[in-house]
Write a protein that binds this ligand. Structure first.
Ligand code: ZN
Length: 464
């Protein structure tokens, strides 16, 4: 689903946001969808020629064998005539592929390309359904920064987190944040194991020695935000207003106060809803697993994932990503500060409004770092490569950029900009250039030099 902003676009800013489609690389073979969408950091992620509307994942996982027996059914629309097209998938034995119910031929190329040739070529503009059946041991995806992601086995299940490129390690996808879609998942696990997908829990059914958990996410979601974390968990369901919240805690983490820290979610949602605009999704929640080898948390849509019991700041950070990162998604990975800078600023402003230190004091702490610090030598708008996607500058200097903007344009204009950023970008994709344009428009100021200093110069800003 690539929802453009056209429908809401009466004014220039929104119109500008519609025009930032990154050109896909030219296809070599006529009638073939491209093998990537040209992301500067992950050129093979995503594929050209179609637009996914919905994923239906059917997963059967047995941790004892670390074996996944699965099928994924994708409903999409061809955006060009296609004699063949690609999905992103790593590893597994693919046993069968059908397109519009007819068996299709397929090959595997490079590390993540599943190339599918339907029996009947697809016509531009037409919807189609592709079903991929596959099985095997999930491939762990190691990031350029050395971190593990994808389907990461734990003692009793798997911790499933995919930013930026873990999804093809467990399901075939158009793995690019530009192609958002709705999801439903049926996750079958041995009885006694809890499986947590995105969105709302539709049903839980026991059969034989197994249980099938069905989840449904009804808002468009970038493929990297999908999850299917499973293991021994205590699941508690509560509400934030009318929105169900699902909190799952590994018994190994319960003594560390995991449920108590997750319980701040209702208030955090209310706080950011007042500040930025209504919570974007129809459910919320968080999963505290015990997966120490992972070493990070992730804002998986409606179900933030924590590898251990988080502090309050981390919970606030991941929940704020539901607005900035999940509802308002980046277009290309080098713009990652639009996620992490905004989430870190959200922690700062949450503190400020909850009796903690002011966002300016947080800024001052960051600004006190010496000019030799990597946050100054590595600018957040251009970190230099995928190995640095989640480096400190993206978080701290990214957040400092927003606080500096706040001081420059004043609170009233600043929060108006953030609210409009969310309202217009919600369910869509954005770029840094869009943000600069919006900030200039609403402040009535020329801000190119300001943003260049903060986001792109490899040195500590001195005047701005
Ligand atoms: Zn983050």
């Amino acid at each position: 689903m690539r929802r453009r902003h056209v429908s809401r676009a009466a004014v220039g800013v929104a119109a500008a946001m519609t025009s930032l489609v990154v050109a896909a690389p030219a296809t070599a073979t006529p009638g073939a969808g491209s093998a990537g969408l040209g992301d500067p950091y992950f050129p093979l992620a995503g594929n050209g020629g179609y637009d996914v509307r919905h994923y239906s994942l059917d997963l059967d996982y047995v941790r004892a064998d670390n074996f996944l027996d699965a099928s994924t059914t994708i409903t999409a629309r061809a955006t060009q005539d296609l004699r063949r097209f690609n999905l992103d998938l790593r590893g597994f034995t693919v046993t069968r592929v059908t397109v519009n119910l007819l068996p299709a031929t397929f090959t595997r190329e490079q590390e993540q390309e599943l190339v599918i040739t339907p029996r009947v070529p697809l016509r531009r503009g037409k919807p189609f359904v592709v079903k991929v059946e596959y099985r095997g041991e999930p491939t762990e995806v190691i990031d350029p920064d050395g971190s593990s992601e994808g389907w990461v086995p734990t003692a009793d299940g798997a911790f499933v987190v995919n930013e930026p490129q873990g999804s093809p390690g467990w399901y075939p996808a158009n793995d690019n944040p530009r192609d958002k879609a709705t999801y439903d998942m049926a996750i079958t696990v041995p009885k006694g194991i809890t499986a947590i997908g995105n969105g709302r829990l539709l049903s839980k059914r026991d059969h034989g020695g197994k249980t099938t958990w069905r989840w449904y996410e009804d808002s468009p979601m970038a493929p990297y935000l999908a999850t299917a974390t499973n293991g021994v968990f205590e699941l508690r369901v509560s509400k934030a207003g009318r929105i169900p919240l699902y909190h799952a805690v590994d018994p190994a983490e319960a003594p560390n106060g995991a449920f108590d820290v997750l319980a701040i979610e209702a208030e955090v949602i209310e706080f950011f809803s007042d500040l930025y605009g209504p919570y974007p999704f129809s459910s919320g929640g968080g999963v505290v697993d015990h997966a120490p080898e992972v070493g990070y948390a992730l804002e998986s849509q409606t179900k933030s994932q924590y590898d251990s019991t988080p502090g309050e700041g981390t919970v606030v950070h991941e929940i704020s990503h539901q607005w900035f990162g999940n509802a308002v998604s980046l277009t290309v990975w080098p713009d990652i500060w639009l996620n992490e800078g905004f989430a870190t600023f959200s922690e700062w402003i949450y503190d400020e409004k909850h009796g903690g230190q002011s966002a300016q004091a947080s800024f001052d702490q960051v600004y006190a770092r010496p000019p030799t610090s990597s946050i100054w030598t590595r600018p957040p708008g251009n970190v230099g490569g995928p190995a640095f996607l989640f480096s400190g500058t993206v978080y701290d200097r990214g957040a400092a950029t927003l606080q500096a903007l706040r001081v420059k344009v004043g609170d009233r204009t600043f929060f108006r900009i953030l609210r409009e950023w969310y309202a217009r970008g919600r369910d869509g994709n954005v770029t840094t250039a869009d943000f600069v344009r919006l900030a200039e428009k609403r402040s009535g100021r020329q801000l190119d030099a300001f943003f260049d200093t903060w986001l792109y110069q490899p040195s500590k800003p001195t005047t701005w």
